[in-house]
Design a protein around this ligand. Structure first.
Ligand SMILES: *Cc1c(COP(=O)(O)O)cnc(C)c1O
Ligand SMILES: [Zn+2]
Length: 400
């Protein structure tokens, strides 16, 4: 049993209503459960394998879910990087290990299941890339059509390849992500298509399980949770989920929610710094980390609450810092991520260098998407393969 509740005015809507924002004040909606009657204790839950649907009592889906076995992603101890930074308990949750290679699958297994539960037969989204890849995958699994809008020329190659191969109707608009979202929102409202951007509160329900899993894997609540922030849905989702665990009495603390943005697209960082409640959009967001190249984060209101209520932090990193961390994760830890994903750990490096972290802090960085999502940015950073004649002498010579 759940209701949709406006985060601003508290207006409530029933679970059969198809609605993305509050009808009274246009603010964001969130899913509220009757936690007293969820009917399972944590010990029972912990007998199930670690993956997203382990937590089904805390998710809104009542039908058979459209699932490809998302979640259960590895939580790696970053030993080499932790030593370098003087942090003993530095971890990365590798969301690139989801079915389509990013955490968006958590939102989409729930979101597409909800589309069917609500009787919808076509789904759509605007995307910087991963949302479209994931929606295409889950729409394919559900056997329903998907429409995806991308900013032309600004989407990493692997993500476009996925959206095309899995059979979505892929449309590139001559404009940025924020414009694409505005257009798809209007299309969905007027044409009865189901919108699966992160303004959709059910997407965030799926994504909150990153927090659940990290707590279960660590055996405790980390002191700090660090996420790259674009539309700010994921950081809001993890905060909401961990608050539910606490309200259930399953945990007794909250991590400091820490947002890392790219310098050229950092409106959340400015809002925290300047103590604003309403953020000033960045009209021309620019960064190599295309997944967080967003000027007007849809979930800003929720994210600001998450950061402030947990005494968290918001900071920006440069493109060079992001790419340096992408290489370090790859070469010192064996973890291959796309640029946006490296932002979380790059942010931790910056905070450690500024003396803002405690050596004993348990820190979970979410690394959000797989290296292969953006092969072009990888190739640009690396020397090409050394080509030689096919003789053993040539091989020895080149290795000498
Ligand atoms: C979507 C995405 C993000 C940003 O998440 P938000 O919820 O929009 O803040 C970060 N990294 C990757 C790889 C993504 O796909
Ligand atoms: Zn409202």
């Amino acid at each position: 049993m759940f209701r949709l509740v406006c985060v601003h005015c508290g207006a409530e809507y029933s679970q059969d209503e198809i609605i993305y924002r509050c009808k009274k004040c246009d603010h964001l909606l969130t899913v509220k459960y009757d936690l007293d009657s969820i009917g399972i204790d944590k010990k029972e839950m912990d007998k199930r394998p670690l993956r997203l649907w382990k937590y089904k009592e805390l998710l809104p889906v009542t039908r058979e879910p459209i699932s490809l076995q998302e979640g259960g992603t590895p939580l790696y101890h970053l030993k080499a990087l932790g030593e370098e930074l003087g942090l003993k308990h530095l971890y990365a949750k590798h969301e690139g290990m989801n079915p389509s290679g990013s955490f968006k699958d958590r939102g989409m297994t729930v979101g597409v299941s909800m589309a069917l539960q609500l009787g919808k037969r076509t789904v759509a989204c605007a995307s910087t890339g991963n949302t479209s890849a994931s929606l295409s995958v889950y729409a394919a699994k559900a056997g329903i059509p998907a429409v995806v809008l991308l900013p032309a020329g600004k989407v990493a190659l692997g993500k476009v390849a996925q959206a095309l191969m899995h059979g979505a109707r892929v449309i590139a608009i001559r404009g940025n992500f924020d414009k694409a979202l505005e257009m798809v929102h209007e299309l969905c409202v007027t044409d009865g298509i189901y919108l699966l951007n992160s303004v959709n509160p059910y997407r965030l329900e799926g994504q909150k399980t990153i927090g659940y899993e990290a707590v279960d894997q660590l055996g405790c609540v980390p002191d700090r949770f660090v996420l790259p922030v674009g539309n700010a849905g994921n950081i809001s989702a993890v905060y909401k989920g961990l608050l539910e665990f606490k309200e259930l009495g399953w945990t007794d603390s909250m991590p400091k929610m820490t947002a890392v943005q790219a310098e050229g697209a950092a409106p959340v960082v400015s809002a925290i710094k300047n103590n604003l409640d309403v953020l000033v959009p960045e009209l021309n967001p620019e960064t190599v980390a295309t997944a967080i190249r967003i000027g007007a984060p849809v979930n800003a209101e929720k994210a600001l609450t998450a950061i402030r209520k947990t005494n968290g932090h918001a900071l920006s990193v440069t493109d060079d810092e992001i790419l340096a961390m992408q290489r370090d994760l790859a070469r010192k830890e064996g973890i291959g991520v796309e640029p946006a994903s490296a932002a979380s750990v790059a942010g931790i490096r910056k905070m450690a260098e500024q003396g803002l972290l405690d050596a004993d802090e348990k820190i979970v960085c979410v690394v959000t998407g797989h290296l292969l999502k953006d092969p072009e940015t990888v190739i640009k950073q690396c020397a090409p393969p050394t080509e030689i004649d096919a003789t053993i002498d040539a091989l020895r010579a080149v290795l000498r």
